[in-house]
Design a protein. Structure first.
Length: 204
């Protein structure tokens, strides 16, 4: 494969779901945490349920699928009708978005809120334009992947085990903020006469 912008984008979109899963799981192994495995359990469940439902109500294609659609597959485990990459991306996005929205962490996660929608839209455009999956099946993958991501995040949140979430919220959550400038009106006396002046404090 010749390395150009098109081929690099192709490799990026093909490998993005795999890279995301590895990032969460390996991060948990390195840091001795359970949150990555909790994420993975929900992801496997979401992929299985989405595959079964889309395989039942989704559209079947009568045309031969392009070979570029089948370079990275899990043989025989998921139905050919299911865009599993979309399930992975949307599940991951909404699994992370739930605590962001609930605990109002939008400002701290602007890049995530920008990056994932671009990645999802790019993946949807690619698999539809290449004829890998129909618009209906892609839409169903977004609905079920995202919905199950929110559901799993909600269940984990209700356990009150904050260490299982990717955004720890609680008394042990530390956050540093930059102090704002404050203005003070001061009065001093010189030779018995009051003199006022204004001073500021805080970082510049």
């Amino acid at each position: 494969m010749e390395l150009n912008l098109s081929s690099l984008l192709y490799l990026f979109f093909r490998l993005a779901p795999f890279i995301l899963v590895c990032f969460f799981v390996l991060g948990s192994i390195i840091n001795s945490e359970l949150k990555g495995f909790v994420y993975l359990i929900g992801l496997v469940f979401a992929c299985f349920v989405s595959s079964q439902i889309i395989g039942f109500i989704g559209e079947t294609t009568e045309n031969q699928i392009s070979p570029v659609c089948n370079l990275f597959t899990i043989n025989g485990f998921f139905a050919n009708m299911t865009p599993i990459s979309m399930v992975v991306l949307t599940y991951t996005f909404f699994y992370l978005v739930y605590p962001i929205g609930k605990y109002h962490l939008e400002i701290d996660n602007v890049m995530l809120l920008i990056f994932f929608p671009i990645l999802i839209l790019g993946e949807a455009y690619w698999i539809i334009s290449k004829g890998c999956f129909s618009i209906l099946n892609t839409f169903l993958a977004v609905i079920f992947g995202g919905g199950l991501g929110v559901l799993w995040a909600y269940i984990i949140d209700k356990t009150n085990l904050r260490g299982l979430q990717y955004f720890n919220i609680g008394s042990n959550r530390e956050k540093c903020t930059r102090p704002s400038k404050q203005r003070f009106r001061c009065v001093t006396y010189k030779e018995g006469k009051p003199q006022e002046f204004i001073t500021t404090s805080g970082t510049s």
